[in-house]
Every structure is written in structure tokens, then in C-alpha cells.
Design a binder for this molecule. Sequence first.
Ligand code: CP
Ligand code: NVA
Length: 306
Amino acid sequence: MTEPRHFLSLLDVTPTELKHLLRRASELKAMRRRGESYTPFANKVLGMVFEKASTRTRVSFEAGMIQLGGSAVFLSPRDTQLGRGEPIEDTARVLSSMVDIIMVRTFAHATLENFASHSVVPVINGLTDHNHPCQLLADVQTYLEHRGDIQGKTVVWVGDGNNMCNSYIAAARQFDFQLRIAAPVGYEPDADLMRICANHVELVRDPLAAASSADLIATDVWASMGQETERQQREEAFAAYQVNAELMARAKPEALFLHCLPAHRGEEVSADVIDGPQSQVWDEAENRLHAQKALIEFLLRNPGDI
Ligand code: CP
Ligand code: NVA
């Protein structure tokens, strides 16, 4: 039996496959705008395991699977045996014998890898503490739709070297753009990933210097899910890392602002930037739907030959 094709990181898919995937995402978006029904996955079921909260990821995967003709099952530790200590390996074996594709949002990335290695169907990373690749599909799609190809462009990440930042690093390599990361000491992204993608990434401590002539500025919350107790300490560490009008003024006039959401206005981003003309955060959020429909189609049609 062929091994399933998983999507745990952007590095699991080739640059060519990524290009096709995003083109397809925009096509699916246009089809939906025209009111065309496209239901190739009747009777297919998506399992969705959420060990953390979610608005966008849950709704975009569930709505997306229904729009493709299938259905989705939402599972959380609160009301499954996962919350009572059933091993992740056993859960993966059982779930994957009943559904056709599975999305997992969890804490440790190793939990996701463990789940995937015991699943006989494709597994999608719906966010771990380490990365958030589905969000980057939507972010790059948004840039493409508003400004064209992102290849060779300068992208600036401001703030925490977190799961989103790690996915921006992988995206820099896969989509061939230059990424400047402005993160304070002690909050750097994954060092191995920085090494692997060294030709595409540089760490610049000063956020204003980093923003110079940028084509795209992106940021995220200062305290991610699971870091609630570090909130105060993080607010102090990131105080100089707010994306505001002064910082945006350093970027190119046509630069876009993106944020995966949920956002905290007045913390990592000022209200005038996120609600201003350079911000494309609503399109970015909507593109989760289209990009993930393209991803589901890709994974169900390319079972892999590993
Ligand atoms: N951006 C994102 O993944 O949002 P949710 O946490 O609401 O899914
Ligand atoms: N870095 C954030 C992203 C939320 C979509 C978190 O992990 O909470």
C-alpha cells in the first residue's frame, strides 16, 4: 500500500506543487464567486482534531470540505477519549480507518508527526507550536492576488519567532523571497530552520531598520496559545515591536500588511494599520478557505509513492 502524502510543513511540498496549489486556490475562489458548484468528494470525510481553540481554521476546513461535496467531523479532547489519555498513535490508527483525510491542531509538533506516522490517510497540520503552514498558503495567495509573484520580494516579519514566523521562513525558501525577521533577543525562530533556509532569511533586531523598503510586513500576537502565563513578560519584551504607521512608512508605499488573526489592536499592531488601506487581513482570512480546498484536493488526488 502506498504511504499517504502528509502536509505537516511547507517543506513537504515542492515549490512547483505549491505554485500549482495556489493557482488552483484562486481558481476555486473564482468558481465560488461565480456560484459554480464543484463537488468531487461526495462521501469523503475530513476528521478535524482540535487540541487548541480556533475560529478560522475550523470554519474554513469544515465549510471547505462541505463545499467540495464531503463532510467534516469536529473532535476535541473535551469530548473524545483523547482527553482521557488514549494514546495519539491509537487515535490515529482508528480515525484514519474511518475517514479519508485528517487535520490536526495540537501543541508539540512531535505529537503531529507521531499522529501522521500512524495514519493511513493524509494528515494536514492545522497549527502546532512549531509551524502553521496552511496560514502561509493563504498569505502567499493573498500577496499574489494583490501584488503578483512574491519571488524576489522583501518580506519582513516583526515580533515573535513563533509558529507563524517559522512558516514564513519555510515559505521564503519555497517561494524564493527574502525574509527579514525583526525579533527581540530570546524570541528567535527555530535555529535549524534558519540554517536550512539561510540563503533566504536574515535576522535584524531593529524593527524599523528591518522594515526598510519592504514589499510585505507581517506580524502575529506576542503571546501564542499555550503562552498565556508569559503575557506580561512578553508585552515588555515586544514593546518596541509594534507594527504601526511609523514602521509602515519605512516600507514601500505599495507594501501590504498581513496578520493571521486573531489580532490585538494596540499591541502587536496599531488599529490604524490593521484597519488601514495597506492591510489585506480579511482577504487573507478568506483565502484560508480557498487555499485549503486546493490542498484537500491535492492530497486526495496525490496519494504519494513514498
Ligand atoms: N489564523 C488562524 O489559524 O486562526 P484560528 O486560530 O482562528 O484558526
Ligand atoms: N501564533 C498564534 C497563531 C494563531 C493562529 C498561536 O499559535 O496562538
